[in-house]
Every structure is written in structure tokens, then in C-alpha cells.
Write a protein that binds this ligand. Structure first.
Ligand code: ADP
Ligand code: MG
Length: 316
């Protein structure tokens, strides 16, 4: 299949959005952003065998590569607007491309984010998406604003995706429906865009959990110059993880990556209001600890946490 036909068939989508003057088809896209908003830009590459198992279905892959990028916008409190797609493919199978394009487009439509261009090359499977969104000027959620005595909160059930990966790799066995739940969590992460927007003006810091709860919390602590006290008894576990030993589910929740839940801090007085709004939006919010004034100190159930190592591409 010719490159241009491939782009025309699978990645040229109708969009009648007033902010998009020119989309796929020219040398570059032309956009007219709304006034009084800051632009929020992020990029993520997914490499086969590193970011996803090589046998991930093309539909799931289309979903996931966009979901992980939308999750970065969510963590900034942004409203998704546009994205570009750089696709490196070993070959061009119409079935693969149709399923990939469907997974990508279904999630894109759900979040009203427009595909405005990209690049298509041949090589080992690798997919890069760059997303752009907007926030009202000055309202982006940063990692750097956590204050002593703020509550540390997390959405959903951290740990399920890591358990799902272990199920796929044969390192963990769960009853059928629980196993499927965890694998779905890995392959079809839900970016918390609505929650991110709800947190604007209230959360003092926010990050999405891609490398593991502790590893990502440590980014908030570093950027904010603060410490944290966590209580593992407050970690929210899914029905699936409840079937494991306490030690196992705690390990998945604290160290497991790929969840794309939001981890954020807010003043205690704001917790109930945010929790109620999140519940209305169908998102579970749990408070799992508190920020302390002690720079970089992390206590888990009162004990200093062991050295945290989230996923790092350049360690041996
Ligand atoms: P150029 O050679 O000028 O860089 P390309 O041939 O790479 O242009 O791309 C032609 C048009 O198709 C451009 O508008 C580009 O943004 C778009 N495009 C290329 N690949 C993709 C893709 N995978 N998804 C969406 N748009 C794409
Ligand atoms: Mg090009």
C-alpha cells in the first residue's frame, strides 16, 4: 500500500472544528487556538516489546497510545484539542491498520480531540503521539504546588494494570473475570480527563501514574520540596486484587506502573467537595496520606520507604 493511500484511508478523518483551519494533507496543520487559554503540549512514544506486549491487539494499541497521551493532558487539568501521529510500521496490513485506526478514533471521538497530521515511516513498530490541549490561562495543574498537611489522593484502583501484565506473562493467575479486568486495565487505560478538569483551581499538585504510585509521588515531592506520609490501609483495591495476599496487592498498588490513575494533593477542606464531584462523574477518589514539610521524606505506615525505583529506560 502506498504511503499516501494509507494516510488517506486510515488517518484522514472528517473534522469540522472551528479551531482547525487545515488538517491532514498539507505540509503542516493550521490552527486557531481560542483566546485566554494556555496551550498544554505533551508527547509519548510507545515501542513494541517495551511499552506494550508485541501481541497486543491493534485496536487496543490504537486506544492505548492515545490514552497515555490524554492522561498527561488530564494530569495538567487540560481540555484535549489536537494530536499528531508518527507511525513506524514494519509492513502495511489493511486489517491491522483498520483495527488500529478504529481504536484510536473511538477514543479520540470520545474526547473530542482532532487528528491534525503526522508522519508515516517503515521500520520496527513504534508509535509516537503528540497531544495538545488548553487550560484557562494560569490554571494548569503542576507537580510543584503540594503544601504541608495537604491530603494525598488517588483515583481508581492503582495496581490492576501491573497485575494484568503479570497475568499476560504467566507470572500471576487470577480467576477468569478478575484476570480479564486487570488485562483490560493494562490494554484499555481510561484517561481521567474529566477528573483533571474538576481539579483545576483546587488541587495543589497532580501527576498521572505511569511508572508506579511511589515513583510518581516522589516526582511531586521533589518538585514541591515536601515529604509525605502514606497509609497502606487506605489504598483502594479492586475486587480482583483483593483475591491476592496483602503483600502482593500492596506491592502492585505501590510499585506497579501503567495505571494512568491521577495522583494529586489538595487542602483537606476541599476533599469532600472533590470526592462528591468525582463520584458524580463516575470516578472513585481515595485519600491515602498526607504531605509533610520534610523535604523528600517518605514514610509508609510510619516507616521510611525503601529506595523507590520506578521504571527507568536507561538502567541496566
Ligand atoms: P511531508 O513530506 O511534507 O512531511 P508527509 O508526506 O509526511 O508530508 O505527510 C503528508 C500529510 O499527511 C501531512 O499533512 C501529514 O501531517 C499527514 N500525515 C502523514 N502521516 C500521517 C499519519 N500517520 N497520521 C495522520 N496524518 C499523517
Ligand atoms: Mg513528513
Amino acid at each position: 500500500m502506498f504511503e499516501f493511500q494509507l494516510i488517506a484511508d486510515y488517518f484522514t478523518w472528517d473534522n469540522n472544528d472551528p479551531t482547525v483551519k487545515l488538517s491532514v494533507g498539507d505540509d503542516a496543520a493550521l490552527l486557531t487556538p481560542e483566546p485566554d487559554r494556555d496551550m498544554v503540549i505533551s508527547i509519548d512514544t510507545s515501542v513494541s516489546g517495551c511499552h506494550f506486549p508485541p501481541d497486543t491487539s491493534p485496536y487496543d494499541l490504537g486506544h492505548k497510545v492515545l490514552a497515555v497521551n490524554l492522561s498527561d493532558l488530564a494530569a495538567m487539568g487540560a481540555t484535549p484539542a489536537w494530536f499528531t501521529l508518527a507511525l513506524t510500521l514494519p509492513d502495511s496490513h489493511p486489517d491491522w491498520l483498520a483495527a488500529f485506526s478504529n481504536g484510536l478514533r473511538t477514543l479520540a471521538d470520545e474526547h473530542h480531540i482532532r487528528l491534525i497530521g503526522g508522519d508515516t515511516t517503515r521500520g520496527p513498530l513504534s508509535i509516537t503521539i503528540q497531544v495538545a490541549g488548553t487550560v484557562p490561562t494560569g490554571q494548569a495543574l503542576l507537580r510543584s504546588g503540594a503544601q504541608p498537611s495537604d491530603l494525598i489522593c488517588v483515583s481508581g484502583h492503582p495496581g490492576d494494570a501491573a497485575a494484568g501484565l503479570d497475568c499476560i506473562q504467566g507470572k500471576l493467575r487470577l480467576p477468569g473475570p478478575d484476570q480479564q479486568h486487570c488485562i483490560d486495565k493494562l490494554n484499555r487505560p481510561v484517561p481521567h480527563v474529566t477528573l483533571g478538569k474538576l481539579l483545576r483551581g483546587t488541587a495543589t499538585s497532580c501527576i498521572d501514574i505511569s511508572d508506579g504510585l511511589l515513583a510518581d509521588l516522589s516526582h511531586i515531592l521533589k518538585r514541591s520540596g515536601k515529604g509525605a506520609r502514606l497509609e497502606t490501609a487506605k489504598l483502594p483495591f479492586s475486587t480482583a486484587l483483593h483475591k491476592l495476599t496483602h503483600q502482593q496487592h500492596q506491592h502492585y498498588a505501590l510499585y506497579g506502573g501503567d495505571d494512568y490513575e491521577l495522583l494529586f494533593t489538595l487542602p483537606a477542606a476541599k476533599f469532600t467537595e472533590i470526592q462528591n464531584n468525582a463520584t458524580t462523574a463516575g470516578v472513585l477518589i481515595s485519600c491515602i496520606g498526607e504531605i509533610t514539610a520534610q523535604n523528600d521524606e517518605l514514610l509508609i505506615n510510619g516507616q521510611p520507604a525503601p529506595a523507590i525505583c520506578g521504571y527507568n529506560h536507561f538502567t541496566e
